[in-house]
Each structure stands twice: as structure tokens, then as C-alpha cells.
Write a protein that binds this ligand. Structure first.
Ligand code: DXP
Ligand SMILES: NCC(=O)COP(=O)(O)O
Length: 248
């Protein structure tokens, strides 16, 4: 079974937030992604709401429930009280817990599962009681001890942080080394009984290598690269539409 694609809408929300106008529509682009076959939608609301607004979340929930009930909503974030309240209301199929500081420009590391096992155990139990599958953001080179601690929290899956792999877009030898790490750690997680997701800076170019290295990969969540690809491949058609509109 190929990995499911969950389309991350953060970058669309960031474009929308440049103006006090309702486009590009986060829910509208989410609808297009689901209609095109995406397995689900991902958002990572940050405390400053720099891209996804907390008000986007119920709209995306309604889109999935009303039009695509067989797809999944994945909400990612650091488990503050506000975040936990949001996911309790939205009842996503999956919650991905990420150890991000509010000031961080983007996610750049996984959890220290050993140091945070007790805190995570309580939060995972609460989220699972609410009906969510729980995934934990994980370093691509996490040790066997770290993976065992992740498993001990009761989480269902880990999501590998693929930023370092994505950063090797112009160096295939380095990319191969990053893939080796991901492959080894994914095997540890798989053997420990954890499902494996992955995300961050994945692209059409680097995804096939990842899929080959991790045959049991369950889900990839992709936003930045997919949005860039959509702009590139949609730009010519949009320019033609605007040229036609210039004719009155
Ligand atoms: C956990 C992860 O890798 C993504 O959710 C990423 O952090 C997206 O967040 P930004 O869109 O804010 O960069
Ligand atoms: N979990 C990773 C994610 O949702 C998307 O990250 P990116 O493709 O925007 O880097």
C-alpha cells in the first residue's frame, strides 16, 4: 500500500493572511486537494495564528464530514491548553504532537521521548479518549531507547522529521546518508509496533526515494513543496485567464 498523502494547508493560509480578503480559500483549496484524491488534510495552527487561524479548523472539519467522510483530518502542534481544547472540539482523526516553541519559525526537531515520556503519556491518553490516533514528531536518527520511550507513551505512530533529508535537494550523496538514517529508525519504530508517518520539506523529487527506503510508510503530510508545485504548474493557466479578462 503506498503512503497516504495528507495535504498541509498552512502555506495556503499564509498567502490568504496577506490581505483581509477570503482568497486563496483554505477550505476551497482543501476541497480541491480531497477531490483530487488526497487522503486527508493537515493543519499546524501556531499560537500566533500566523497561517492557520483557529477559526479555519471547524470549517475544515465540516468540509471533511459533509463532503469527504472517508478522509482524515490531521492536526499538528505543541500541546498547550489552547491546542488541546481546539482538538477536543474538532475531533480530528489524527493528532500529531510536535515539540515546538511558540517562537520557532517552523518545526526543526522531534521529541526527546525519554525526557518527556510522562507528560506525553498523559496527553496521549487524553487525546485517544477523544477518539484520535496519536502520532509523535520524531528525529530521523532517534535511538532504540528513544523509540522504546515513544512506544511507552501509548502513541500509535511516530512522524519522522524529514527536514534534513529535504535540505539535501542539491546533494544526492548527502541525501542517501539521510535516507539511511530514516530507513534504520523507521525499522526500529516498525519493530516496536509504531506506525510510521513522515513530513517536512518533502517534494515530488525526494518523495520516491523516501517511499522506497520506508516500505511501511503510512502517511506523508506535505505543504510547502506541494504548494510551490501547484503554483508552478498552475501559473501559465492563470496568466492566460487574466490576459483574457483584460479584454473586458
Ligand atoms: C510538523 C511539521 O513538520 C510541519 O507541520 C511543519 O512544521 C509545518 O509548519 P509551518 O507551516 O508553520 O512551517
Ligand atoms: N508534518 C509535516 C507537514 O505537515 C508539512 O510540512 P511542509 O511540507 O510544509 O514542510
Amino acid at each position: 500500500m503506498p503512503a497516504k498523502l495528507s495535504v498541509n494547508l498552512n502555506a495556503i493560509a499564509m498567502l490568504r493572511n496577506r490581505r483581509d480578503l477570503p482568497w486563496p480559500s483554505v477550505t476551497g483549496l482543501g476541497r480541491i486537494a480531497l477531490a483530487a484524491g488526497a487522503g486527508g488534510l493537515t493543519v499546524h495552527p501556531r499560537p500566533d495564528q500566523r497561517h492557520i487561524r483557529f477559526t479555519d479548523v471547524p470549517e475544515i472539519r465540516a468540509l471533511i464530514d459533509d463532503e469527504f467522510p472517508d478522509r482524515e483530518f490531521n492536526i499538528e502542534g505543541y500541546p498547550t491548553q489552547d491546542f488541546l481544547d481546539l482538538v477536543q472540539r474538532a475531533e480530528p482523526e489524527q493528532v500529531t504532537l510536535v515539540p515546538d516553541d511558540p517562537e520557532q519559525p517552523t518545526s526543526d526537531h522531534g521529541w526527546d521521548f525519554v525526557a518527556n515520556a510522562d507528560i506525553l503519556r498523559a496527553i496521549v491518553a487524553r487525546l485517544k479518549k477523544n477518539g484520535a490516533r496519536v502520532s509523535l514528531f520524531c528525529d530521523p536518527d532517534a535511538s532504540e531507547v528513544q523509540i522504546a520511550a515513544a512506544k511507552s507513551t501509548g502513541a500509535d505512530r511516530v512522524e519522522f522529521y524529514t527536514g534534513p533529508y529535504g535540505a539535501c535537494h542539491d546533494d544526492s550523496a548527502k541525501a542517501a546518508k539521510e535516507l539511511e538514517k530514516l530507513e534504520k529508525t523507521a525499522l526500529l519504530a516498525h519493530r516496536a509496533g509504531l506506525g510510521v508517518n513522515a513530513g517536512h520539506d518533502l517534494t515530488v523529487a525526494n518523495l520516491p526515494g523516501l517511499a522506497r527506503a520506508i516500505p511501511h510508510l503510512l502517511e506523508v503530510s506535505i505543504g510547502h513543496g506541494l504548494t510551490a508545485d501547484a503554483l508552478e504548474h498552475g501559473m501559465a493557466g492563470s496568466v492566460r485567464r487574466f490576459i483574457a479578462a483584460c479584454q473586458g
